[in-house]
Write a new protein. Structure first.
Length: 356
């Protein structure tokens, strides 16, 4: 058999790469010849108030009545997405995160070749969105049902290295009219429904989630409107000081809403890739040893990375998990903890504390 015939047969047996695979390959090729894709923060259009001067130490909430110190029924400690803590990315080291165990092919463990560095955050998140759309499960819960999630949280104290593992199970009312059960680091309590004039971000009710745009640009503008109250404007006219709040809202949506209507999570991935200052770091692994790419954010106003890191499989772009850092002042001593979150399972059930 001649070589050309053999090559033609190989071409017939090997599927052609999709557009996302080609885009990622192009990024890697450019990296190999010294061209580094850039996703640097946008230059500020001027100083002033707004997000640039605020501290990211409170959960986002929108209300026409009294606000509750919680996010989706969880206490402020879980709602916090703090920029004051520099722990997710320090000196090039990226926190590792637990993998979400779903019915998807796992990324092969092992080190990442240096030839694969760097890849832009926008490319990774677009590929992750495409993967999400191929694998997402279409859910249509009834208003009287509950969304059940089981999450494993591993928490390591940075000073002592002591690690604790918690299993948190949550039941959230689909329409928000019934009390649910909320757990935080192994402790649970009844979470009361929102009052008619109350709302929070991300939305607690399934119908409100369904109203969110599933196109990335539309989702960016919606988050901006919800959290800053700004006037409608095209993406190009968004003020530099608004982008940290937009990133805050998108990451909060992704982390606090593990189960979403079809198309929303993919849109959130792509929307996050539009935020100036979001970066990708290859060569990391999750707690199961799978090669990954970490997505983090550099706040251009505080010149600090946030403590929130999302990790995606290096070869499939499956979402592997989430990591952050929390601080505690209990007992008069300030302690810092690195946390990883693994969504083990989720389902639609008919009653609180009913398991699938």
């Amino acid at each position: 058999m001649d070589d050309m015939t053999l090559l033609r047969r190989m071409r017939a047996e090997i599927p052609r790469p999709d557009s996302q695979g080609l885009a990622a390959g192009r990024e890697r090729m450019l990296a190999g010849i010294g061209q580094r894709p850039d996703n640097a923060p946008a230059r500020s259009r001027g100083a002033g108030g707004g997000v640039g001067g605020r501290k990211r130490d409170a959960g986002a909430a929108v209300s026409t009545g009294p606000l509750r110190p919680r996010l989706l029924g969880r206490p402020v400690v879980r709602a916090v997405l703090a920029t004051a803590v520099v722990a997710a990315v320090v000196g090039g080291a990226v926190a590792v995160v637990g993998a979400i165990r779903e019915e998807r092919p796992a990324a092969a463990p092992g080190p990442v070749s240096p030839r694969l560095r760097p890849v832009s955050a926008a490319t990774v998140l677009k590929a992750a969105a495409a993967t999400e759309r191929r694998h997402e499960k279409r859910l249509a819960p009834r208003d009287d049902q509950f969304i059940y999630t089981k999450e494993v949280v591993r928490e390591t104290e940075t000073t002592t290295g002591r690690t604790r593992t918690f299993v948190d199970e949550n039941w959230r009312s689909v329409d928000g009219s019934q009390r649910g059960w909320t757990m935080e680091v192994g402790k649970g309590w009844w979470s009361q429904p929102l009052k008619p004039n109350e709302s929070i971000w991300p939305p607690a009710r399934w119908q409100e989630l369904k109203k969110l745009p599933t196109d990335p640009a539309g989702l960016v503008l919606t988050v901006r409107k919800q959290l800053t109250g700004g006037r409608p404007a095209p993406i190009a006219d968004i003020r530099a000081q608004d982008w940290p709040t937009i990133e805050f809202g998108l990451v909060g949506l992704l982390h606090r809403t593990p189960v979403m209507p079809p198309g929303l999570r993919a849109a959130a991935f792509e929307a996050l890739g539009m935020v100036p200052g979001v970066t990708a770091t290859t060569g990391v692994t999750d707690t199961e040893g799978r090669a990954g790419i970490a997505i983090a954010y550099q706040d251009p106003f505080h010149q600090l990375p946030t403590s929130d890191v999302l990790i995606f499989a290096d070869n499939t772009y499956d979402f592997l998990g989430y990591a952050d850092t929390r601080t505690s002042d209990s007992g008069g001593k300030r302690k810092t903890y690195k946390r990883t979150f693994t969504l083990e399972s989720h389902a639609i059930v008919d009653k609180v504390k009913q398991r699938p």
